[in-house]
Design a protein around this ligand. Structure first.
Ligand SMILES: O=C(O)CCC(=O)C(=O)O
Length: 232
């Protein structure tokens, strides 16, 4: 069954079994030891850029992803007995860009260890697609993502209103190899895990190849992948 209709309506869909057990363990073998909850610059590594291309080429994701979208970031998130964390309900509003510049409708510039982030015009945010590759199974006790279905259609929600909108949230449980596709504008939060499991996720961001005004994605040479070869 195509995931396009639920994705458009709810702002998220879980695509089961996009990766098999062998592929998950191969990827786990590539992951660096990360101190802390995550690492934002995975796309600079060849295996990660290659995975982005393979994801784009999968039948299930290809049906959802707008034509011409490219991978622009990949963050590795881990929850385990030694690193356990939660994130309050929010929308993902910032994108990684090469340089600071003046662009209508863009603001909230911030500088992180890997460079500049900006909140682009809402028309850009509405086009973005996040793809979360689950490398471990994620049950109710493993710190899953909770999402508010349909909230991606409300644009940028004032932060004072966000907490009151948690009603109707759904937990996104997954098996290893499943992929959660979501709009970054979807309200989401993340709970702590029970602390006895590992929950490792590669969180890709895909967007249009070019941005408005003088904005440019901060991706390294060779990490924008438009190749559409299929692997399922
Ligand atoms: O991986 C998680 O549990 C939380 C991730 C998150 O909140 C985000 O990417 O904005």
């Amino acid at each position: 069954m195509s995931g396009v209709a639920p994705f458009l309506r709810d702002g998220f869909v879980v695509l089961p079994g996009l990766l098999d057990a062998g592929e998950c363990s191969e990827l786990l073998g590539q992951l660096p030891g990360v101190a802390g909850p995550g690492a934002r610059t995975m796309l600079g590594q060849g295996w990660c850029a290659e995975l982005a291309a393979r994801l784009l080429g999968s039948n299930a994701l290809n049906a959802i992803m707008p034509a011409g979208h490219v991978a622009v970031q990949c963050t590795f998130f881990e929850k385990s007995d030694s690193v356990n964390w939660l994130v309050p309900v929010h929308q993902d509003l910032s994108i990684p860009v090469r340089d600071r510049c003046v662009v209508d409708g863009a603001g909230a510039w911030s500088r992180k260890e890997d460079g500049w982030y900006v909140q682009p015009p809402v028309a850009v945010l509405e086009q973005l697609v996040a793809v979360r590759v689950h490398l471990d199974s994620c049950g109710a006790e493993d710190g899953p993502l909770f999402v508010v279905p349909g909230s991606h259609r409300l644009g940028v929600i004032p932060s004072a209103a966000v907490v009151a909108m948690r009603g109707g949230e759904r937990a996104c449980l997954a098996a290893a190899g499943d992929v959660l596709v979501m709009r970054p504008l979807l309200l989401h939060r993340s709970s702590k895990s029970s602390g006895v499991s590992r929950r490792r996720v590669l969180h890709f961001l895909f967007g249009p190849a070019s941005l408005p005004g003088g904005l440019e994605w901060r991706v390294r040479e060779g990490t924008c992948h438009e190749t559409h070869h299929r692997f399922n």
